[in-house]
Design a protein around this ligand. Structure first.
Ligand code: GDG
Length: 466
């Protein structure tokens, strides 16, 4: 079996991967299965940056190899072009995107330096798998150095329609650079279609029904590989003593009450402000819920060096204050906002104790919280998932109550419907959802991607457009 080399912006954790969740678990699992290297940024910022020592650490069959970056790279490549330019654009927020040639230059340079340090370590029969928007151009840089190995790429965030991507100065060079990859994977069919449409419209590309895209003599495989969770493990978490303890604490703090739960990093893509407004609308329009239904929002801070993130947090605190001031009574607080991160087992216990899971991003590549909420439910008395149509998860989880998160009234109505839904309908919907969560799980994700990469043609690599 060939060695797998995974490249992602952040590397690890390996031992605590189950706690960190999501991506780390998947990568560790895939690497353990066939042995390999996990390469990327150490998370440290030092004066030597990418020119410094390669840090290596062995964890069983997995070699971790990381580089530091320097302060200028941090500001240009990471906090800058990745998080202030690409992240908002790929989530349809042109209004928040910052365009700056210096940031763009830093992004290309850092992609090149990571490729330069990786290239000499590659073996002929390696298979390389690059992740996410931080490294769109890394494959092209490896190819320019002479790499002939199969190289695949997976985008964790949405790929927007061509009209949006076209607003990014320098989009042609950046998106064309992705043709260096043999397989380009997206979360949903919608994203894969948008990518193909981009090449059809901008470069006269053509595609077959099974996702072989040809542009100027180069053919790549484009497809949807929806990421999932480790459903069995998460279900076990939800039944662990720690989870029970959390669930009991929540229930005893507010006996016979219905809880609605949201769990999201604070981010403008997650639709938190709209969600809080919808919850407030629920209390206005359906007064029978006052004193009875509360929203528990777990929202750990993220990217606080970007102004837009600090603004959201302040806005949420403001709305929470208003709603609580307006509706609370001595025995009931409508919104509880927790901004510190919780342990995964506690989180699983809270999902299980809450009758409604509210997942209403304005745009989201997939959204794993939706899948975790489903996996955590008790079979005999499952909760109801209210899910945004703009989360990638909605493509498979169509048995949820699907909402347009911009429509505050519709979201409030869906919460109401969830609160009063009869048991047989809840069970029926939950079974369909859990079935999808189990089938499209984390192993299905990496094994279908890696087998597509194994099967990818490589006879057009010489035709990769400049
Ligand atoms: C990106 C894409 C795509 C949250 N709060 C706590 C905590 N979490 C965990 C959740 C979940 C994970 O973080 C968040 O994953 P999401 O998928 O919801 O969202 P992003 O972070 O934006 O991830 C997304 C994903 O990549 C994978 O491809 O689905 O669309 O944006 O697992 O449970 N975990 C702990 N404490 C918390 O307080 N332990």
């Amino acid at each position: 079996m060939s060695r797998l080399v995974v490249v992602s912006n952040r590397v690890g954790p390996v031992r605590e991967s189950a706690k960190a969740g999501g991506l780390a678990v998947a990568i560790v699992d895939a690497l353990r299965a066939q042995g390999g290297v996990w390469y990327g940024w150490s998370g440290d910022v030092t004066p030597e940056g990418t020119h410094g020592m390669l840090k290596t650490e062995q964890a069983g069959r997995i070699s971790l190899m990381t580089l530091d970056i320097d302060q200028a790279d941090y500001e240009g490549y990471y906090a800058g072009f990745s998080n202030r330019t690409l992240w908002p654009i790929f989530h349809y927020r042109l209004d928040l995107a910052q365009f700056d040639r210096e940031l763009e230059k830093s992004y290309w340079t850092v992609n090149e330096r990571f490729a330069t340090r990786l290239y000499p370590m590659l073996q002929d029969d390696d298979v390389v798998w690059v992740h996410d928007y931080h490294f769109l151009a890394l494959g092209a840089k490896l190819r320019a150095m002479g790499a002939r190995q199969p190289i695949g790429f997976f985008l964790h965030i949405p790929f927007p329609v061509p009209e949006i991507i076209a607003a990014l100065p320098g989009h042609a060079a950046l998106v064309r650079a992705m043709l260096a990859y043999d397989v380009i994977g997206f979360q949903t069919k919608r994203d894969a279609r948008a990518f193909i449409r981009y090449f059809e419209e901008e470069f006269g590309g053509t595609a077959t029904a099974d996702g072989h895209l040809t542009v100027q003599g180069r053919t790549v495989r484009v497809g949807a590989f929806p990421i999932g969770i480790d459903a069995e493990t998460f279900r076990k978490f939800a039944m662990s003593p720690e989870a029970h303890r959390q669930g009991r604490r929540l229930k005893s703090s507010s006996e016979h009450r219905c809880h609605v739960i949201g769990v999201d990093r604070i981010d403008y893509t997650k639709g938190l402000v709209e969600r809080f407004r919808a919850f407030s609308r629920l209390l206005e329009h359906y007064p029978e819920n006052r004193g009875h239904v509360s929203l528990l929002q777990v929202a750990p801070a993220s990217r606080e060096d970007v102004d837009a993130y600090v603004d959201i947090r302040e806005e949420l605190e403001r709305i929470t204050g208003n709603v609580n001031g307006r509706f609370s009574d001595l025995h009931w607080t409508p919104i509880r906002l927790i901004t510190r991160p919780l342990q995964r087992r506690s989180l699983a216990g809270l999902y299980r104790a809450c009758q409604v899971g509210l997942v209403t991003p304005l745009r989201d590549g997939m959204n794993l919280v939706a899948k975790e909420y489903v996996a955590a439910q008790a079979e005999d008395d499952p909760g109801v998932l209210v899910l945004s149509r703009f989360a990638g998860a909605a493509e498979a989880l169509d048995a949820a109550l699907i909402v347009n998160p911009y429509d505050i009234d519709e979201t409030a109505e869906a919460i109401q419907r969830a609160v009063i839904m009869p048991l047989d309908e809840r069970q029926d919907r939950w079974r369909q959802l859990f079935d999808k969560v189990q089938t499209e799980d984390i192993r299905a994700w990496y094994s279908t991607f890696l087998s597509a990469l194994g099967a990818a043609g490589h006879d057009t690599r010489d035709a990769i457009p400049e």
